[in-house]
Design a protein around this ligand. Structure first.
Ligand code: SAM
Ligand code: SF4
Length: 329
């Protein structure tokens, strides 16, 4: 098991497949993009499958989420999904994506064994989408979502980040649209993980703001009487159910005490937390001939040292050098 000194057990593995992206969301990366990892630095498909295999067969990982950067840009994605689906025990598998290209790939991914997708969409207004992502691809995302639903990658979850002055007024419209389309909407508070280090607490839309805006149009009932287990989203049923909405309040209501995540970057580094400042190099071990048991021991050692919390409220908090797109969100 991947257990830490605070008694938490990591069973949810997030794997970043690439740090590259075809959008430039303002809260994530600058217009000119970033210095992307060079090809030899990236784990190969075989290396990813081997590491996920070790996590699943010997370290107790039950759920694997592929992310990035934009994971649909990884050429071998469908093959990786198929090979992970063949592991025993078979983990649950999901993909966090901006949805561009999903129109073409959703059916094949489903066929390969993917269970579901989280698609990021922050606005219903094409013009705002263009400003927010610096690309004119709004319709591609809507098409990708529809394809995911048609392929049975359900429940299709939609992730939205609200930004003051851009889309902060869209919470009720986004929820009305998600209910109509049959998507499960989750709002994510903006976190200090942008490559530009421009995040300011005063400049973020909080979970409290989002809930107040939703309540102007919907009746929200807390779903699980304050208990959300290790799920980052707190959930509310909408207008008496069965539909619901989630809010991931990573900044104002952090859920570190119940965290069950471990992360693998596209260049093979284990991170215990989005906000960790240390990493453990599995790629180096892999490439110098380590056995599965040696790699598992390194991974266990990394997780053992996981900090109690992200420390966002600590005056000594320092944003990690790696941005979200490179860690894998
Ligand atoms: N490119 C894919 C996507 O956008 O879904 C996967 C990677 S992206 C880093 C994963 C999620 O992180 C997205 O839902 C995105 O909106 C969110 N995200 C990125 N930067 C963020 C930030 N600074 N604060 C909160 N969420 C962020
Ligand atoms: Fe790309 Fe996702 Fe970052 Fe937007 S949030 S720039 S889609 S990695």
């Amino acid at each position: 098991m991947l257990i830490d000194t605070h008694g938490r057990v990591a069973t949810d593995l997030r794997v970043s497949l690439t740090d590259r992206c075809n959008l430039r969301c303002t809260y994530c990366m600058p217009e000119e993009g970033l210095r992307w990892l060079a090809r030899p630095e990236l784990l190969t498909d075989d290396e990813i499958v081997r590491l996920v295999g070790i996590a699943v067969t010997t370290l107790g990982v039950e759920e694997v989420r592929f992310t990035g950067g934009e994971p649909l840009l990884r050429p071998g994605l469908t093959g990786i999904v198929a090979r992970v689906a063949a592991l025993a025990p078979r983990p649950r598998m999901s993909l966090t994506t901006n949805g561009i290209g999903l129109g073409r790939t959703a059916a094949a991914l489903r066929e390969a064994g993917l269970d579901r997708v989280n698609v990021s969409l922050d606005t219903l207004r094409p013009g705002v989408f263009r400003t927010l992502t610096r690309r004119d691809r709004h319709q591609d995302v809507l098409d990708g979502l529809a394809a995911a639903r048609a392929a049975g990658l359900t429940p299709v979850k939609v992730n939205a980040v609200l930004m003051p002055g851009l889309n902060a007024d869209e919470a009720p419209d986004l929820l009305a649209w998600a209910l109509e389309q049959g998507y499960e909407l989750r709002f994510i508070e903006q976190m200090p993980l942008d490559a530009q280090h421009g995040w300011k607490r005063e400049g973020m839309v909080t979970a409290g703001d989002i809930l107040a805006a939703l309540r102007t149009r919907f009746e929200l009932t807390p779903e699980d009487s304050g208990e959300r287990g290790s799920a980052p989203a707190e959930r509310w049923t909408v207008d008496g159910g069965p539909h619901r909405v989630g809010v991931i309040a990573s900044v104002t209501r952090p859920f570190c005490a119940a965290c069950d995540r471990t992360r693998l970057t596209a260049d093979g580094q284990v991170r215990t937390c989005l906000f960790a400042r240390e990493e453990t190099d599995l790629r180096g071990a892999l490439r110098s001939g380590a056995t599965d048991e040696e790699i598992a021991a390194l991974w266990r050692g990394a997780m053992w040292g996981k900090k109690a919390g992200a420390g966002l409220d600590d005056p000594s908090f320092v944003q990690p050098d790696r941005p979200m797109s490179s860690i894998g969100g």
